[in-house]
Design a protein around this ligand. Sequence first.
Ligand code: SF4
Length: 230
Amino acid sequence: MPNFTEKLSGFWHWYHDLYNNEWYIEAGLEKFEKKKLQSIELKDSSLKKFKKEIENCQKCSLGKTRTNFVFGVGNEKAELMFVGEAPGKDEDLQGIPFVGRAGQLLNRLLKHIHLNREDVYIANILKCRPPKNRDPLPEEVEKCLPYLHKQIELVNPKLLVALGKVAGQNLLKSQFSLSNLRKRIWQYQNIPLIVTFHPAYILRYPAMLDEALEDMKFIKKELESLHSTG
Ligand code: SF4
């Protein structure tokens, strides 16, 4: 069993590899990822139409402070849909979810189960960045959540994955802690739902990486079993 230092060292090598030891190319990488992601977003006219309908939303005060409205991105026919919490700084600047370091880590976690960003759809509970990345307020969630419900309806995934406690609690209307939400199959309107860590949390607590990788295997296994049951 590796101790904490060994785990930290392992994570660092993994993370180091993720950035290919060239931190200075990060901006270029992000530009590349943005271009690649834009090329796969919103081919479906119903999602495109829905984005147009809501992209100027001012239903809560975050509409005034955002740089960009962050709708969602990915394969509009995805079998696997991820739901995060809210846009961060990079996402607010680029208008695309999960493009910063947490997004790069999510890409790597997907690769662990042989998936790419192009295979999945990703959206957040909130479409606009809360100032200083604070937690979403209940009134913001209440106003914004119907947009996510509609996105889920349009994508109609076989399996939903909530990234982090905030996404899990709000989708399941539960107050359970993350540890109680993980490693179980929940139901969101007849769609199976699994809750795992938010990638930003793993960046803060790298010792949780092993558990996050186990969750990814659990997600893959559930997706495969959904295939076998049609
Ligand atoms: S966070 Fe949601 S409800 Fe608030 S302004 Fe943005 S889109 Fe509208």
